[in-house]
Design a protein around this ligand. Structure first.
Ligand SMILES: [Zn+2]
Length: 169
């Protein structure tokens, strides 16, 4: 949540732009935190993105772009795994950004499958709010059990494994 995933995605897309390569960037329609047609990092950088409801829409949008990117892919349906494989098999470079665990520390949506089929996986970490160690868990401050509560600073805090386990014990 505060690990800089979107930041890293934007950094990679900036390099794609410098190289004059065309790309498509998608985001789930449910993610409306900052803007419907943009991804925005916590430090305020942004890129235009196509909001989609279902992963099959990706194929409809794609023509000859060499790079296809996704933000918040954990919210996409399971079909996304086939869609990205189909693109990668055609020689498209697919860049996917997503949260690997939900607020209960469980693997999130299609993330395990995507990480399994990816050539490269980069894990970026936040800093634990409690102790300052590297954090990979997103603890929810509220008691809302709904899986999709869009993240803002008052709703989630990054925690390391040990602090996450203490709070959830
Ligand atoms: Zn900690």
């Amino acid at each position: 949540m505060f690990s800089g995933k979107t930041e890293e995605l934007i950094r990679r897309l900036n390099r794609v732009e410098i190289a004059n390569q065309s790309y498509l960037l998608f985001k789930p329609k449910s993610d409306t935190r900052f803007s419907h047609e943009k991804i925005v990092s916590h430090s305020g950088f942004s890129k235009n993105a196509i909001p989609i409801e279902s992963s099959v829409e990706v194929i409809q949008h794609h023509s000859d772009e060499k790079i296809v990117a996704f933000d918040e892919v954990q919210f996409m349906d399971g079909q996304i795994v086939q869609v990205v494989q189909q693109l990668a098999n055609k020689g498209v470079r697919v860049i996917v950004s997503g949260l690997e665990m939900d607020f209960k520390g469980r693997p999130f949506g299609p993330m395990p499958q995507l990480m399994a089929v990816a050539e490269y996986v980069t894990k970026v970490h936040a800093i634990c709010k409690n102790c300052g160690n590297l954090a990979q868990f997103s603890h929810r401050n509220s008691t809302d059990q709904n899986l999709v509560v869009l993240g803002e600073k008052d709703k989630y805090e990054p925690l390391c494994r040990s602090c996450f386990n203490q709070i959830n014990a």
